[in-house]
Design a protein around this ligand. Structure first.
Ligand SMILES: NC(=O)c1ccc[n+]([C@@H]2O[C@H](COP(=O)([O-])OP(=O)(O)OC[C@H]3O[C@@H](n4cnc5c(N)ncnc54)[C@H](O)[C@@H]3O)[C@@H](O)[C@H]2O)c1
Length: 312
């Protein structure tokens, strides 16, 4: 599906990925951003898109934005903190949002959905992990909620005529991000330049993709994959350890802090310590990342540092 001259709804569009996608798509499309602003900031949404404050757990709010003239919904709204403290709320509300969006699409005949899943559906799988790896055994409530969402998206794709693109993201980094490892380290070092507390033992090692590349890959997948249900890993071929992220952030800030560790091989219950996705399927579709995981982290650090310093 060509992404031009379309009416596009982005749920959760005031967040990291959605705000960048809106900026990318708005010049050539009619873009509506729907967000309840629980985490996202409407100030980050481009003026070229229409912004609607709407709660995707409320079917009436969903009906307000998902109207019959919409060509495709990018559904990103979710609780996105992988160690969120209310497990039941995260599981139930993420599921409710996805169900509400699909049910409404079916009701008014909107038949294209792009959905953001996560590497966490794989649990602690061998690496690099391909899309057809099984069994899928998530180890966090967040990963379970994404897998449950994928199941309902699959059902609507196969039985209700809704064509779907599902992205299993590695870790996405970039400006406008909050509550993730890179902005977290920057904030901690702005508060205390001498000491940095690192969750776990610092040897957790994951693949990081810059949000600009993520958005580029997402558009490429929608424009080039044409099955009823299209599942793609999005990531880089390399990984970055948490210790290396700390080194990159300290280097960019011109600091040499002492590192203190909370201990254990993972940051929190349900944290997958090592993650690297196979991107061969994406590569075969004609898309390659242009930066390594380390380069993505460094670029995001520079951008976030400017943003967070300006906010103080
Ligand atoms: N960033 C990553 O590393 C990553 C990795 C894997 C998957 N994902 C998924 O990609 C999507 C986008 O992630 P992101 O990094 O931009 O997250 P984000 O937290 O920056 O954005 C999510 C947005 O959803 C909004 N939202 C939450 N509940 C809502 C509700 N009830 N109604 C309307 N809006 C609501 C928030 O206000 C926020 O703006 C999410 O579904 C996330 O789970 C992200």
């Amino acid at each position: 599906m060509k992404l031009s001259d379309k009416r596009i709804v982005i749920t959760g569009g005031a967040g990291l990925v959605g705000s960048h996608l809106a900026e990318r798509l708005a010049p050539d499309n009619d873009v509506v951003v729907a967000d309840d602003c629980s985490k996202g900031d409407p100030e980050r949404v481009t003026d070229d898109a229409e912004f609607v404050r709407a709660d995707m757990t409320d079917p009436d709010d969903v009906a307000e934005v998902v109207t019959e003239d919409v060509d495709i919904v990018f559904h990103f709204a979710a609780y996105t903190d992988t160690n969120y403290d209310d497990d039941r709320q995260l599981f139930e509300e993420n599921g409710a949002m996805t169900y509400n969006v699909l049910e409404r699409m079916d009701e008014v005949g909107v038949d294209k959905l792009a959905f953001t899943s996560s590497s966490t559906v794989y649990g602690e799988a061998p690496m690099p992990t391909p899309e057809d790896y099984a069994p899928l055994e998530p180890i966090s409530i967040y990963g379970s909620s994404k897998l449950a969402d994928e199941a309902i998206v699959s059902t609507y794709a196969h039985s209700y005529g809704i064509q779907a693109w599902v992205y299993r993201f590695a870790n996405i980094v970039g400006p406008h991000q909050r509550g993730n490892v890179v902005p977290d380290f920057i904030e901690k070092l702005l508060d205390d330049p001498e000491t940095l507390t690192i969750l776990g033992d610092g040897r957790q090692e994951k693949s990081y993709l810059h949000v600009e590349e993520c958005v580029d890959a997402m558009c490429h997948v929608v424009e080039h994959a044409d099955d009823d249900l299209n599942i793609y890993n999005l990531g880089t071929r390399t990984t970055t350890s948490v210790n290396s992220i700390a080194d990159i952030v300290a280097d960019e800030m011109g600091l040499d802090p002492d590192y203190e560790y909370t201990g254990g091989d993972r940051g929190w219950t349900g944290d997958v310590p090592k993650m690297r996705l196979s991107i061969e399927k994406l590569s075969a579709l004609g898309w390659e990342p242009s930066t390594s995981s380390d380069e993505a982290v460094r670029k995001a650090t520079r951008q976030l540092l400017a943003e967070l310093r300006a906010e103080r």
